[in-house]
Design a protein around this ligand. Structure first.
Ligand SMILES: Cc1cc2nc3c(=O)[nH]c(=O)nc-3n(C[C@H](O)[C@H](O)[C@H](O)COP(=O)(O)OP(=O)(O)OC[C@H]3O[C@@H](n4cnc5c(N)ncnc54)[C@H](O)[C@@H]3O)c2cc1C
Length: 389
């Protein structure tokens, strides 16, 4: 069977890897001229970690990744006010936890394709029409081709979802926050293996020092307006919200002009009743974005890719059976993660002084081993058994 995948982020190449493994003829089309790099650091564990192991990726991911020592909350002068040792994450996941740049994970997955999968950069699906035995696809480049199945792995703002399932607003649940992330070379100070965060009511800035004298920054803030505007408006909004904040915020914003790839978006989830329609399916953020508040979207994108490909293989290409099994297997886990993310929202940008103080005291309690194990263990667990296909 010929399968077209839209999107070479995390879920798309992971799906391509498994489809190729099972003998499907696979093509990826990616809108960007090359793989996206940089951006932000992700935490990686759970079922996605297990899939990475089955793809023989662990060694590389561990090498490129970081094992955090501490999560540290500072006040406007940079003095530590709260925090906890990150060992709780490692214990709760039996050491199967790593933090790494999203771009490095994406590149590692893509490299595992070993050139076996046709990949078209700088192009995208313009239109598609489904017939009884195939899907005709028109690409933006003007090329027209036919496939047996088409899968959208094109992220939170999926174009394929819009083309086949309907407009984004039908499925998007905006969570009332925006986020910006970027990387700066040579920033000072550095605190190795410490995730340093400064929180004010309704907003938070954080930094993490990486190898090669790079530092990655993540800004999150409450904002009821879902409009994200253009690049100039995004930078202006960031300056307006954080320009006169405490800690290192003014210095970081000053260095913003030196930053590489700039990520800015609203924080949303995608909630759909069905992840497939006819010969078209969705995977990863396109189908079920859990949002950055869940800290697990990449891992769940990989788990979804593994299950979708495995079910197609198991059903011998009968996509009706495979798509239904894929949703039935993964759906309950996604629902649980999306609900957990909503509960977690307040810790990113607490909406009152009281909520901020309570969060900081909870962080302090996480310094006590058994409390951390209890609290962190519950939220980190993925209640799913990955099938062996
Ligand atoms: C700030 C932040 C922090 C996060 N932290 C974590 C974390 O700690 N742990 C974690 O696991 N996850 C985290 N996530 C979530 C994670 O990054 C996403 O869930 C993950 O990248 C989703 O993978 P994906 O392949 O579904 O989509 P994406 O990674 O978004 O990839 C989609 C791809 O599709 C391409 N594309 C878009 N439109 C088209 C089109 N029309 N045609 C062709 N190609 C197209 C894009 O260029 C992109 O390459 C975080 C996200 C953010 C924003």
């Amino acid at each position: 069977m010929r399968v077209l995948i839209s999107g070479a982020g995390i879920a798309g190449p992971a799906l391509a890897y498994w489809l190729d493994h099972y003998g499907f003829e696979t093509t990826i089309v990616e809108k960007a001229p090359r793989l996206r790099t940089g951006g932000y650091v992700i935490d990686f564990w759970g079922s996605g970690f297990d899939v990475a192991q089955r793809m023989d990726l662990l060694e590389e991911i561990q090498r490129k990744g970081y094992r955090l020592d501490e999560v540290r909350v500072v006040d406007r002068t940079g003095r530590r006010t709260s925090g906890f040792p990150a060992a709780a994450f490692a214990r709760a996941t039996k050491g199967r936890y790593v933090s790494l740049p999203r771009g490095d994970l994406a590149a590692a997955i893509f490299a595992r394709l070993g050139g076996r999968v046709e990949t078209i950069f700088d192009d995208s699906i313009l239109a598609l029409s489904e017939e009884a035995d195939r899907v005709r696809v028109d690409f933006a480049s003007g090329v027209r081709r036919e496939f047996d199945l088409v899968v959208g792995a094109d992220g939170l703002h999926s174009r394929l979802r819009e083309l086949v399932f309907g407009p984004q607003h039908q499925f998007e649940r905006f969570l009332g926050y925006k986020a910006a992330a970027f990387e700066i070379d040579g920033y000072r100070p550095r605190d190795e293996l410490v995730y340093v965060m400064y929180t004010e009511v309704g907003q938070q800035a954080a930094r993490f020092a990486m190898r090669g004298d790079r530092t990655v920054f993540l800004f999150t803030f409450a904002d009821p307006d879902p409009d994200t505007g253009d690049l100039a408006a995004q930078r202006a909004l960031l300056r307006q919200r954080f320009g006169s904040s405490g800690w290192e915020c003014p210095a970081i914003l000053e260095a913003l002009d030196r930053a590489g790839e700039f990520y800015f978006d609203r924080v949303s989830q995608i909630r759909m009743n069905a992840w497939s329609r006819g010969r078209v399916a969705l995977v990863g953020d396109a189908a079920y974005c859990v949002s950055l508040l869940a800290g697990q979207g990449s891992a769940l994108g990989m788990a979804g890719a593994y299950i979708l490909a495995g079910e197609l293989h198991r059903a011998n290409g009968d996509y009706r059976i495979a798509f239904a099994r894929y949703h039935a297997l993964l759906g309950p886990l996604i629902e649980a993660k999306q609900e957990a993310a909503l509960r977690f929202a307040g810790t990113f940008a607490p909406k009152s002084r009281l909520a901020l103080a309570v969060r900081n005291r909870i962080f302090d309690l996480l310094s006590i081993g058994w409390i951390a194990d209890l609290a962190v263990g519950r939220d980190l667990a993925d209640r799913i058994e990955l099938p062996d296909y």
